[in-house]
Design a protein around this ligand. Structure first.
Ligand code: SF4
Length: 380
């Protein structure tokens, strides 16, 4: 059977950097777009030569904000990918698009060149919170852009939300969930704000200019989201991801199931044939390398069987269906219980994990304490 893998394409540009963001992306760098796209085309072409015998089951253009590129640049990239790789007929092809970077014509071109899923970052419904976060858009722009992409034919849309934001009230969060679900996207991601070192938010928190909202309210908001989204027809299939039936993100499932994926573009990570590596994070170096793979790859490491088993467990447990005994055995040739029997026993006893029909999964309490659980699956 032909091997399959996911393809991640990184576009490291945004109009302007959000105040909480530590993703590898640059604001206000329009002058680099063209050089970057050319270098990326070269990388795609060269990588394609290595993976001719692989089928691409999903593509994800992430960032950054891929839609800051022009429709011509995005079309060029897509053409190059289609020419260089063997795409599955039913491949899920997603692009991240922030409000304020997409209009009718661009949306139509995206649809036409093969994107069949679109992911929009909105984060919150209240303009005051959007401005605290340093987002470039208002909620009205989001509403408008959402309709634009719907009309362009996108029938599979994800909306990214955030909670536990400074000054966000429980009422704000309820309103966000209510309004967003009324717009009827197929998929919703809801992440709690993490204050990352090196961001303007981190400094503001250090100086006491912004206040964290506290663990208790954070958990309350999360639990509310889980039950509210369920009532509105969005099943929770991963700790932070909710979807209508059949609209779960296949690309994300590749990561959680530790299936192989190739990342192209600045700083993009790959996991292939038991090896993990990433491309350089240095934009000038990336551009100058012109796709020469030996100049791009950094920190190549062979993933040991112990590490692979640990990752398989703690990433798999992020999904509500959990990890099946059979999938563990077919991946590693040993029984899950012979490696993790004692750990699983303890967590089941303490109510953080439960036995499912064919394996194990986290309980609701286990989700709240997931970091604690995951750490125990790492083998020395
Ligand atoms: S749009 Fe996304 S990637 Fe860009 S700065 Fe904001 S959070 Fe970061």
């Amino acid at each position: 059977m032909m091997k399959t893998m996911g393809l991640y394409v990184h576009i490291p540009f945004c109009k302007k950097k959000c105040l909480y963001c530590d993703f590898p992306s640059f604001g206000s760098m329009e002058e680099k777009y063209e050089e970057y796209v050319s270098a990326l085309e070269r990388e795609v072409e060269k990588r394609g030569q290595y993976y001719k015998s692989c089928q691409i089951s999903s593509i994800f253009f992430g960032g950054g904000t891929p839609t800051v590129l022009s429709k011509e640049q995005l079309a060029r990239l897509m053409l190059k990918i289609k020419k260089s790789f063997f795409l599955a007929k039913d491949a899920e092809i997603t692009i991240e698009a922030n409000p304020g970077t997409i209009e009718k014509e661009k949306a139509e071109v995206l649809k036409k060149i093969g994107f069949n899923r679109l992911s929009m970052g909105v984060q919150a419904w209240q303009n005051r919170l959007l401005s605290t976060l340093g987002r470039i858009h208002t909620i009205e722009e989001f509403q408008n852009n959402f309709q634009v992409v719907r009309k362009a034919g996108f029938d599979n849309i994800n909306v990214d939300l955030m909670f536990a934001l400074p000054t966000q009230t429980f009422g704000d969060w309820k309103e966000t969930l209510d309004k967003i679900t009324s717009m009827n996207p197929e998929h919703i991601s809801a992440y709690s704000l993490i204050i990352e070192e090196g961001t303007p938010f981190y400094e503001a928190f250090q100086k006491g200019e912004l206040l964290e909202i506290g663990e208790e309210l954070d958990r309350e908001m999360y639990h509310y989201a889980v039950s509210f989204l369920e009532k509105r027809g969005y099943g929770q299939y991963e700790i932070s991801n909710f979807a209508k039936a059949g609209r779960e993100s296949r690309h994300n499932e590749i990561y959680w199931q530790t299936e192989p994926y190739l990342g192209v573009g600045l700083g993009a990570h790959s996991y292939l044939n038991g090896n993990r590596f990433h491309n350089t994070y240095d934009l000038d170096k990336y551009i100058l390398a012109e796709g020469e793979i030996s100049l791009l790859e950094e920190e190549k490491e062979v993933v040991t069987k112990e590490d692979a088993m640990g990752e398989f467990m703690f990433l798999g447990l992020r999904m509500t269906e959990g990890v099946s005994y059979e999938s563990f055995f077919s991946r590693f040739g040993v029984e899950m219980t012979s490696v993790y029997g004692a750990v699983i026993y303890d967590f089941v006893e303490s109510g953080l994990m439960m036995q499912t029909e064919n394996g194990v999964a986290l309980t609701a309490r286990g989700i709240d304490l997931s970091n604690q659980v995951f750490a125990k699956f790492l083998l020395d």
